[in-house]
Write a protein that binds this ligand. Structure first.
Ligand SMILES: Nc1nc2c(ncn2[C@@H]2O[C@H](COP(=O)(O)OP(=O)(O)OP(=O)(O)O)[C@@H](O)[C@H]2O)c(=O)[nH]1
Length: 412
């Protein structure tokens, strides 16, 4: 890191550009009174000839007079504005992008050099994770926060990362997306509007890191790009936790009613588009009020958990959904299942639940619980919507209850 020399001036506010870059008094042409302070344009015989001389002088003074380099650069840059503002015919040029409209090719290089030094200082001071890369992706500058991030806190130095290729940290498809954005920026030579790109970076030793990053084009004669990276690890962990809370039933850990409804809509659509069957099963515990009344509400909760566990482990594939539909009511979505397959599934669940023991809850070995189930299956377009299928399963459940409970009823 560049160490700044001590400031040689007592009061920085009183410093002017000429303090850093003294001008031969012979070039001062305007002096209305002997005490008049020379204006900046008075110091030039010709702006085009003199400006880059100023720049060089400023640079030489930085080296010789131990002048604070960042301050000298700021003064040098502001002198361009000063020039454009004080010389009327050049005034319109003050709004043009830097480098200076007066500059020659060598001034461009000098300007780039100053700009890069100032930029490097700035990047190193930032609390954000920032990289500056060239058009090939070679890392030219890096903030200490970005070093920490890319080295996964392993105490790597910035010099170990400088010169590496930024794209090597990216995986597909973000690698290709980044290159496309870079190409577009190079063609247009101006900032591209883009939302931050989410990516999973590949770090040393196979670690990966969830981040989002944005790219800003820095218009120099040799194009540079500032990449600001934000670590999303904490954000993603919080999101996962919140998503889990919002989508699962906290007692049974099955999907909640919101997820069930959304899944039924999407699975219904997917199955009807691909002409696959789909079945819904509703499972309701028999006489659960009596269980609660006899053994207590806490034991009732454990009972619900045990039954939910059986149901969750009965699901044959990931696209099947088991949800807690209401108090002591559960529901299944079985994509690809016709009526016969759904019936087999319901029979399996019934057997498993009938066989459950509650001795671990301190109850007698003889205590058992049964369930009633209603099934509806969509095979040949008999139902118009997923909701109609669900209503049919509910009606079938009602019949199973009415027929004496501990039984399965299939909607016809
Ligand atoms: N322990 C416990 N009980 C619950 C929970 N949710 C609902 N219940 C109970 O489930 C019982 C449901 O009672 P009912 O609707 O009369 O149904 P049932 O007694 O199972 O009778 P049938 O369904 O007709 O066989 C009520 O006593 C509710 O308090 C829960 O989260 N925990």
């Amino acid at each position: 890191m560049l160490t700044l020399p001590p400031k040689p001036y007592e009061d920085n506010r009183q410093r002017s550009f000429s303090d850093i870059c003294p001008v031969d008094s012979g070039t001062v042409s305007r002096a209305d009174s002997p005490d008049a302070k020379p204006r900046l344009e008075d110091k030039f015989t010709s702006p085009a000839d003199e400006f880059h001389q100023f720049m060089r002088q400023a640079r030489a003074n930085v080296q010789q007079d131990n002048v604070d380099i960042s301050e000298a650069q700021v003064m040098a840059f502001s002198s361009q504005d000063c020039l454009a503002q004080t010389i009327p015919e050049q005034a319109a040029l003050s709004s043009l992008p830097m480098p200076s409209p007066f500059a020659t090719a060598s001034d461009d290089l000098l300007f780039d050099d100053c700009y890069r030094s100032a930029l490097n200082l700035l990047v190193q001071q930032l609390m954000e994770a920032v990289l500056v890369v060239d058009a090939m992706g070679t890392i030219q500058m890096i903030s200490s926060k970005a070093v920490d991030l890319l080295s996964a806190g392993r105490g790597v130095k910035s010099t170990d990362i400088l010169g590496q290729c930024w794209q090597e940290y990216l995986k597909e498809p973000q690698k290709t997306r980044y290159q496309q954005m870079l190409d577009e920026q190079l063609i247009n030579q101006c900032q591209l509007e883009h939302t931050p790109i989410e990516a999973s970076l590949t770090l040393e030793q196979g670690d990966s890191l969830d981040v989002e990053f944005s790219i800003s084009y820095l218009g120099l004669s040799t194009p540079l790009f500032a990449i600001v990276i934000r670590d999303l690890t904490k954000h993603k962990a919080e999101y996962r936790q919140l998503y889990q809370w919002a989508s699962t039933d906290c007692l049974t850990k099955l999907a909640n009613r919101r997820v069930f409804d959304a899944s039924l809509r999407s699975q219904w659509q997917a199955c009807t588009i691909s002409s696959r069957p789909i079945s819904v099963v509703i499972i309701d515990i028999d006489h659960f009020k009596q269980f609660n009344d006899k053994y207590g509400h806490v034991q009732g909760d454990y009972c619900l958990q045990k039954i939910a566990n059986v149901i969750a482990h009965s699901l044959p594939s990931d696209d099947c959904v088991a949800a807690r539909y209401g108090g002591e009511e559960f529901a299944l979505i079985l994509p690809g299942f016709d009526a016969k397959q759904a019936q087999l599934m319901a029979e399996y669940i019934q057997l498993e639940i009938n066989g459950l023991k509650y001795t671990d809850l301190g109850l007698d070995e003889s205590v058992t619980v049964s369930v009633s189930q209603g099934i509806a299956a969509e095979v040949n377009g008999q139902f118009r919507t997923g909701t109609a299928l669900l209503c049919a399963a509910d009606t079938a459940l009602y019949r199973a209850k009415a027929d004496g409970r501990n039984r399965i009823n299939l909607s016809c």
